[in-house]
Design a protein around this ligand. Structure first.
Ligand code: T4K
Length: 372
């Protein structure tokens, strides 16, 4: 279902319109359209079951749970994070009046390099905010060991990691809190939406207060909350999408298999393989272009693909640390982040989604292999 002339990096998973209309009629009939309605509560339960997590709290997007997680854990001072992500990760730290401290990434996974975290810890450090970039699991064990040693909190930006499991366990259980994005471009979407995963009922209660202005009952406000409540329409949409997300992940997997088969052995093109014991969600398919070996620069290939209607994306170029907002920070210096720069300068995320036709996949592959 790519539109007529272009093949986009992703395409939203849409519920069946008739089924959605039936749920809309129920919502219209009930006249309860937001504030912990029945579809909202049903979606929270259904997601706990699907994601194999004990507690979840729905949000209106994937940025507000990041902001709220930092608030809930009362994070101050410095937060160690990765520059190789979408800018919302670092913005959430800045909006909390904390200082982001960038640490280089491990080129094997694209995630923060645990070996480099300790050197970035100072007396002001209070948390680590890693990202499971492209849904690739971070080394959560090592990160937790470091956090425990220094008494730091860990908040995972798991925006890309819907349904990702390691040895049958949800990756969302790692750290103190994990956040998800249900934006239209994600594997599972509620148009706009997001969530936070937590370990206990007490934290769930606190988060639910914070996403509702801090209200704990009709007349009591227990904290400086925000409004980030998911409404009934998006919750109903999410319930329908949840029924088809496994099929969408399978379809993405099938595309990934074809890309890997066709591109393995193309000089100068590399990509991530599946990790042992991991249930991946194939949310992105990044390739890395080595100009020297491939004979063409990443940008030349990117624009050449574009001319043919193949709209890959250079996620995540430029690095967050290169944006004017952040590049003045000492940790943003390119000398501190060589691997992150290398990967950001070579990446193209290929189109991958449930609605790609075989001819689309073939054209994407042809664009890359035909230069040889
Ligand atoms: N943390 C991480 C690690 C994240 O990646 C993100 C968001 C967040 C936090 C914050 O979560 P949210 O607050 O957004 O829930 C997109 C998304 O807007 C953003 O959600 C996402 N990450 C980021 C990686 O990508 P753009 O500007 O690249 O999206 P856009 O509009 O160019 O769409 C990409 C392609 O998707 C289009 O070419 C076609 C297709 N598309 C898109 C939309 C919106 C459709 O077919 N239909 C649509 O409705 O940012």
């Amino acid at each position: 279902m790519s539109n007529s002339n272009t093949i986009t990096v992703t395409s939203p998973l849409l519920p069946d319109l008739e089924e959605f209309n039936q749920l809309l009629e129920m919502i219209w009939g009930s006249k309860w359209i937001t504030n912990n309605g029945s579809f909202h509560n049903r979606l929270e339960s259904a997601l706990c079951e699907y994601l194999k997590v004990p507690y979840i709290s729905l949000f209106t997007n994937g940025t507000l749970p990041l902001l709220t997680a930092l608030q809930a854990l009362r994070i101050t001072g410095e937060v160690i994070t990765t520059p190789y992500s979408f800018v919302a990760t670092t913005h959430s730290i800045w909006w909390n009046n904390c200082k982001p401290v960038f640490v280089d990434i491990d080129p094997v996974t694209g995630n923060i390099d645990p070996d480099k975290i300790e050197a970035a810890i100072t007396p002001k450090t209070s948390a680590i905010m890693p990202v499971h970039v492209y849904g690739q699991p971070c080394d959560t064990k090592r990160i937790q060991e470091i956090a425990d040693k220094y008494g730091l909190k860990v908040i995972y930006d798991a925006a890309h990691a819907f349904g990702v499991e390691v040895d049958g366990e949800s990756i969302l259980k790692a750290g103190d809190l994990s956040t998800l994005s249900f934006h239209a471009t994600k594997v599972f979407n509620t148009i706009e939406g997001g969530a936070m995963v937590m370990h206990d009922a007490e934290m769930k209660k606190r988060i639910d207060y914070l996403k509702n202005f801090g209200f704990a009952g009709e007349t009591e406000v227990v904290g400086p909350g925000i409004n980030s409540k998911m409404d009934e329409v998006r919750s109903a949409y999410g319930l329908l999408n949840l029924q088809q997300v496994d099929a969408a992940i399978d379809a993405r997997h099938h595309v990934a298999i074809q890309y890997r088969e066709a591109l393995r052995g193309v000089p100068g093109i590399t990509f991530f393989e599946d990790m042992p014991g991991v249930r991946h969600n194939y949310s992105y398919f990044p390739i890395f272009v080595s100009e020297k070996e491939y004979g063409m620069s990443r940008d030349d290939l990117y624009f050449k693909m574009k001319e043919k209607g193949v709209l890959g994306r250079r996620y995540f170029y430029p690095l967050i640390s290169s944006f004017s907002t952040y590049r003045g920070l000492p940790s943003a210096s390119p000398a501190n982040l060589p691997q992150a720069h290398k990967i950001a300068d070579s990446v193209i995320c290929l189109p991958i989604h449930h609605g790609l036709f075989q001819k689309d996949v073939d054209l994407v592959i042809k664009c890359i292999t035909n230069n040889h």
